[in-house]
Design a protein around this ligand. Structure first.
Ligand code: SF4
Length: 374
């Protein structure tokens, strides 16, 4: 069920210099498979040539796309531009790590058309960065941001993380304030969550590590939202803030609104016309399928009308766009539920939509259940 908007193109770059112990994105630390991965991408792109309308966003994610060399980045973009069409104002985002931001690399990124950088800063406290086993230091992030600005990038996002053991509210506020010194156009403030398969997840399961309690989580979330809104940012998704509407991530917004997207690379996900499919989750199996002339798809699902509706509720309540009331109007207790949500300050109604408030964001995942309880 495409809504006629331009699709987005995601490229998964599954390489990192080292693995962060809390991360469950698919990536490997050996760079020797980069040529095979690039060959695989070229083959996969050919499969989808002419199957999608012109894209208006490209997102190079990972992994660590900025560890690719100039030659590899140019080859990657050639592959995309040779196989697909793009609107002239395409948003081209790259996820970057501060230790990769050298001036030469920034020139290369501009040269290949990147117009948005999402920098994985996480914290401006070196002790916290050591705890997170990040490769970079706070001064390296600061230098990277100065260089990014000096190179003329005007759409810069910072990823920051809260909710890990030993972090204080005061320390978190310091990190946000240091980030604000650079007036980033976008901020993603993620609460640490740990998946079982990660080293930190294992430590958590074994009781060797703690995360924030529920009340602390709530406090960190609320203070982040208040502080950034006071600084003029729009809190447009649970974890995301933009300095103006024009800086809302065009690409990520597609995920939240069922706009079609194509994901290329191992473990990448795609969505179109209510079908979601995902690629094989290792470089080797991904490349082998393509060498054998097959699409590297590991699985797929077709959303029923009801699944689509429920997903729209889940995704909508996580954003400031909220949910179209027509999606829930048939619920027998619709009026009562909506009134209660409004009275408790979790939701506001505006232009036929139920919009979560800041407090509503805190319980966003439970709101759809109220309307699913027939
Ligand atoms: S957090 Fe980023 S740099 Fe760290 S392992 Fe995950 S993808 Fe790689």
């Amino acid at each position: 069920m495409s809504n006629g908007e331009s699709p987005g193109l995601y490229i998964h770059v599954p390489f990192c210099r080292t693995k962060c112990p809390y991360c469950d994105f698919y990536s490997v630390t050996s760079l020797s498979l980069i040529p095979d991965w690039l060959d695989g991408l070229r083959k996969e792109a050919v499969f989808y040539k002419d199957h999608f309308a012109a894209f208006d966003s490209i997102y190079l994610g990972g992994g660590t796309p900025t560890l690719l060399t100039e030659h590899e980045l140019a080859a990657l973009m050639d592959c995309l531009f040779n196989n697909f069409t793009f609107s002239p104002d395409t948003e081209i985002t790259i996820e970057a790590n501060p230790d990769d931001i050298i001036l030469d690399k920034l020139g290369v990124l501009r040269g290949i058309g990147v117009n948005r950088i999402s920098l994985g800063v996480q914290s401006f406290d070196d002790k916290e960065l050591q705890y997170l086993r990040r490769r970079h230091t706070a001064p390296e992030s600061e230098l990277a941001l100065e260089r990014i600005r000096a190179c003329g990038f005007t759409n810069v996002g910072l990823d920051l993380m809260y909710g890990f053991e030993g972090q204080t509210e005061a320390g978190w506020v310091q990190t946000i304030k240091r980030a604000l010194d650079f007036r980033p156009e976008h901020l993603s403030c993620y609460q640490m969550t740990l998946e079982e398969g990660t080293p930190f997840g294992k430590m958590l399961a074994e009781g060797r590590m703690k995360l924030l309690g529920e009340e602390e989580e709530r406090e960190f979330f609320l203070l982040t939202s208040r502080l950034l809104e006071k600084e003029g940012y729009i809190h447009y998704e649970i974890s995301n803030f933009a300095m103006g509407k024009e800086y809302i991530s065009r690409h990520n917004s597609k995920y939240w609104r069922h706009v079609p997207y194509l994901g290329l690379g191992p473990a990448a996900h795609s969505f179109r016309e209510d079908v979601r499919w995902w690629n094989l989750g290792s470089i080797e199996s991904y490349c082998k399928a393509l060498v054998d002339g097959k699409l590297p798809v590991a699985g797929s699902e077709t959303l029923s009308e009801e699944q689509h509706r429920l997903e729209s509720l889940y995704l909508g309540f996580r954003t400031s766009a909220g949910v179209d009331l027509e999606l829930v109007r048939n619920q027998p207790r619709f009026d009562m539920i909506l009134s209660e949500l409004q009275e408790s300050g979790l939701v506001q109604v505006h232009m036929g939509r139920a919009i979560p408030t800041r407090e509503g964001f805190l319980v966003a995942d439970s709101l759809p259940l109220l309307f699913a309880d027939w």
